[in-house]
Structures are given as structure tokens and as C-alpha cells.
Design a protein around this ligand. Structure first.
Ligand code: ADP
Ligand code: ZN
Length: 212
């Protein structure tokens, strides 16, 4: 199964992608995590991406399409994958079509804007493995320590309140049109993100037709 997760920043795509990945045994492919990794490692790609990311803007289609294409060519993606954070523009969606990638379902996690900002302030991410947490909705067992790998969890620089507002504006302008793009294909499913992660996961599994 090849899946796309759509939704505003902070809607919970990453968290639900992890749950689906564990359930179906297919990899979560997060362009945001890949870009953050490149920035952390100071690669040429990271240097190009950093400024856009810090300001809440999108990284260029050319760069992101390049890394996505390489990633889905990896052996573990052969039996399916979950795209988390890609496509984010109509041009990126068209690039998937051009690559001949067949998408089975597009799942939108909808959260009203007024709830997004509150959510973002509690979001934390593991410095080492990229796993995502929330101090209220999905806390780590030990404060600031990743459950998966034991490294430190931190707030992302682009989760600062003023950056969140520009990311929401970018989402509305560049990414929201994908709902119409995929709506026309009949593959779009929408679930409303709930307060509790597990409640959203339940709705997600139901929408995808996989058993809890
Ligand atoms: P969120 O979880 O808030 O939706 P991500 O972790 O997916 O954010 O992405 C963080 C940042 O990385 C984005 O704000 C953007 O700058 C960059 N980025 C990630 N994916 C893409 C993409 N497909 N196209 C362009 N930029 C991207
Ligand atoms: Zn970790």
C-alpha cells in the first residue's frame, strides 16, 4: 500500500504515520525528518534547506523531489510506504505521477487552525531518531528522553509561535490545493484529529480499513 498523509503542520501526520508504519510494516517516509537530518549533518543539501526551514517556508520542489525519488528507490519501500510531508505542492504531486508512482490512498488529518497553534507549542522531537512526541498528548516515559532511542527530545526551531503562523499560511496557499487534486481521483479520505493520539489512530485505521 502506498499512502500519502495530508494535513496542516502539527495536525499529527508524523505520529499517525509512525502508528501506520508499525501496523502495516511499511516505512514512514518523512521529508521533514530527512531534511532535518541533512541540516544536522551539515551536508550540502542541509545547507541549502536550512534557511527556508527556519523561516517556515518550503524547501524548493527540485530539492525535495530529488530526495524523495532516491528514498522510494530504497529496497524497504518496494512493498509500500507512507509519505509524511510529501507532496506539499501540486508540482510535487505531479512529480509523483511523472515518476509512475501509484498512490492507493490519501489520508487527510484535519485539525481546525485554532487548535493547531496550541498543539505546536507542546510538540517535541528526538534529536537523534526524529520520533515525535507531545508534552501533553504523547509524553515520553522519562521527561525529555526519547522512548525509542534514549536521546534527548527538543522543541523544533520552526515550532516557535511566529513561525507556526507563517507555516500555516504556506499550508493554506501551497498545500491545501492538494485536497482538490486528490479529491478528483477519488482517493482522498479525511479524519478529524482528536485530542487523544490513540483516538485518532483508531479513526485512521478505520478509514484505511485495517483492524485495530
Ligand atoms: P510539519 O510536521 O510541521 O508538517 P515537517 O517536519 O514535515 O513539518 O517539515 C518541516 C519543514 O521542512 C517544512 O516547514 C519545510 O520547510 C520543509 N519540508 C518538508 N517537506 C517538504 C516538502 N515536501 N516540500 C518542501 N519543503 C518541505
Ligand atoms: Zn530517538
Amino acid at each position: 500500500m502506498n499512502l500519502i498523509l495530508l494535513g496542516a503542520p502539527g495536525a499529527g501526520k508524523g505520529t499517525q504515520a509512525e502508528a501506520i508504519s508499525a501496523k502495516l510494516g511499511i516505512p514512514q517516509i518523512s521529508t521533514g525528518n530527512m531534511l532535518r537530518e541533512a541540516v544536522k549533518n551539515g551536508t550540502a543539501l542541509g545547507l541549502q534547506a536550512k534557511e527556508a526551514m527556519d523561516s517556515g517556508a518550503l524547501v524548493s520542489d527540485e530539492i525535495v523531489i530529488g530526495i524523495l525519488k532516491d528514498r522510494i528507490a530504497e529496497p524497504d519501500a518496494a512493498k509500500g510506504f507512507i509519505l509524511d510531508g510529501f507532496p506539499r505542492t501540486v508540482a510535487q504531486a505531479e512529480a509523483l505521477d511523472t515518476m509512475g508512482v501509484n498512490i492507493d490512498k490519501v489520508l487527510e488529518i484535519y485539525v481546525p487552525d485554532e487548535r493547531i497553534c496550541a498543539r505546536m507549542s507542546g510538540r517535541r522531537v528526538c534529536e537523534a531518531c526524529g520520533a515525535s512526541y507531545h508534552i501533553e498528548y504523547k509524553p515520553t516515559a522519562v521527561e525529555d528522553v526519547c522512548d525509542k532511542c534514549g536521546a534527548k527530545t527538543v522543541q523544533r526551531a520552526d515550532d516557535a509561535p511566529e513561525t507556526v503562523l507563517s507555516r500555516l499560511a504556506v499550508y493554506r496557499e501551497k498545500t491545501a490545493p492538494l485536497k482538490e487534486f486528490y479529491g478528483k481521483t477519488g482517493k482522498l479520505l479525511t479524519v478529524e484529529g482528536q485530542e487523544e493520539v490513540a483516538d485518532t489512530t483508531k479513526l485512521v485505521f478505520e478509514a484505511l480499513g485495517v483492524n485495530d
